[in-house]
Design a protein around this ligand. Sequence first.
Ligand SMILES: *Cc1c(COP(=O)(O)O)cnc(C)c1O
Length: 379
Amino acid sequence: MRRGTLLIHNGHETDGVTGALGVPVVQTSTFAQKDVSVSQEYDYSRSGNPTRKALEETIAVLEGGARGYAFGSGIAAVSSVLGIFAAGDHIIAADDIYGGSYRILNTFYKRWGLEVTGIDSSDPENIRKALRGNTRAVFLETPSNPLLKISDLRACTGIAKEAGLTVIVDNTFMTPYFQRPLELGADIVVHSATKFLGGHSDVVSGLAVTATEALGKKVYAVQNGFGAVPGPWDAWLVLRGIKTLKVRMEAQEKSAGILSRALAENKNVDEVYYPGLAGHRGKEIHDAQSSGAGAVFSFKTKTREKALAFLRRVTYAAAAVSLGGVETIASYPVKMSHAAVPPSERERLGITDTLIRISCGLEDSGDLVEDFERALEED
Ligand SMILES: *Cc1c(COP(=O)(O)O)cnc(C)c1O
């Protein structure tokens, strides 16, 4: 089965009880137990809920994993997965992962005894250099946020495997429609389902998929123990979003290509970062591990004033945090997604006050190009 078909036919295309072409929203906290001496599949919705289960099984199928788990947000998925480690464990993390992931690792989990080393994962050898006796995991994100840096997943997982590490990959930007990290050797995939999977900027949700049952058991213990689960309505919204993932990813990627090429030629733009552009650093590696470039790109204007003026003037892009919705979003990483990263660290990573990140939506690309060019013009 090809990926587009799998989005529709993944085991949850009809409800087993009624034949409904949609998963029922089982809005309940608890379940009546027929015989209290026998455990039944569902007893309490934190531990398991049929609507959430449908989403969990769907994402596991799409990522090609053994088990899927749903959470109340992407960061709840990240935090819960990190919860399988113990005080004294060492984690190697790409230094340009999502700002919130950076924050939870370097504040909360540091306080609880995790040791963290940040590396530039675009060179896989940096994993080997950061290895310690107590290293347990590598946390990667490719393309990264917000400069779309590429990490070679096959090479990174190869080095990690030699050292017996668990490889976690945040696959939010690509979704399983364009990239499947488990097939490239990763052990756990995490998602902010708030973004492309939900796809309509109307739900906050997160997912994790494990390659093995054994890792699945560990993540389940945290899901049930921490309890950062989504409600059934939110799980249902993500399931609904997934049904149209193919057409959204393809159309939004196409627009991102057109818009990024137009900006690359604009005299007020310094640089454009998009794996779909010829000359993007790591493009060959990206093309070898993904079937699409995605719909997120970033660009730097010549000056800070130009960036701020663009955000004020642009009409068809909401100046907002987040990405992956049907509406185009322009965000300003310095003040938004990466506000939690210390200024010196931001500077080192190239996250400047001239940088704007775009998530291309479903508007007509001709309108987006005209609008962006107008918003970048001199007064
Ligand atoms: C948004 C995002 C997250 C966090 O997800 P939330 O749903 O906002 O909690 C994690 N990783 C990436 C790449 C993201 O874009």
